[in-house]
Design a protein around this ligand. Structure first.
Ligand code: CA
Length: 227
């Protein structure tokens, strides 16, 4: 049974989440402010955290930083905030995913299941992962991509970008994180690099590069690889 920590100060949302999660056999703790949330997380070690960014006592980003000091628990941010700066700030602080209010319960539950699944330890080392999609297969250990029985030629930069996205399958990776990991810390504002290289990956791997199914853009925020 998975344990969920809900951090939210709006009573109606807390009630809806608690009812829906308990109905699906999750154990649920609810905290209405950041200080209570950090205490509950330390006491109960949840499997996933749902976090509202606007809390009465502290900014949700501070809660993320507090949790990331000691745990890799998946954190899904719930927020009505619409500026991408705040979403990006939450992602860069260590949030794993983002759901915008008002959210559909089905979508939220799907994201929750995906976050828990990703957090489960995989058998064997992380380096022997083969990721299959309907159109192509990525072998992270061999550093090869196969499409329709043929190896796809990728440049080292294309491969590095693909690798970061595939290792975070289903998760929104911020532009800053991608630029830092692939190009280095001094490139974190060069979002045009991402557009160019993402277009190349789509051209080489997507069935229809203008309607990508695997390399998804989250405008102003980052990219998500979907299987
Ligand atoms: Ca709030």
């Amino acid at each position: 049974m998975s344990r969920v920590l809900v951090i939210e100060d709006e009573p109606q949302i807390v009630r809806a989440l608690v009812i829906n999660l308990r109905a699906r056999k999750y154990q649920v703790d609810a905290a209405h402010d950041g200080a209570t949330a950090l205490q509950l997380a330390a006491a109960h070690h949840p499997d996933v955290v749902l976090l509202d960014l606007g809390l009465p006592d502290m900014d949700g980003v501070e809660v993320i930083k507090g949790l990331r000091g000691w745990t890799r628990v998946p954190i899904i941010v719930l927020s009505a905030r619409h500026t991408s700066d705040e979403k990006v700030e939450a992602l860069d602080a260590g949030a794993d995913d983002y759901v915008t209010k008002p959210f559909g319960m089905d979508e939220l539950l799907a994201r929750l299941r995906a976050a828990i699944r990703r957090a489960e330890p995989t058998s064997g080392g992380e380096d022997d992962v083969v990721v299959e999609t309907a159109g192509f297969t990525v072998d992270l250990a061999a550093k090869r991509v196969n499409r329709g029985g043929e190896d796809v030629r990728l440049t080292p930069t294309e491969w590095h970008l693909l690798e970061v996205l595939v290792r975070n399958t289903g998760r929104l990776v911020s532009q800053k994180q991608l630029l830092q990991e692939v190009w280095g810390p001094s490139y974190e504002k060069e979002t045009n690099y991402l557009r160019v290289y993402m277009a190349q990956l789509r051209r080489k791997l997507e069935a229809d590069p203008s309607h990508p199914k695997h390399f998804i853009t989250e405008p102003g925020m980052g990219y998500r690889f979907e299987r």
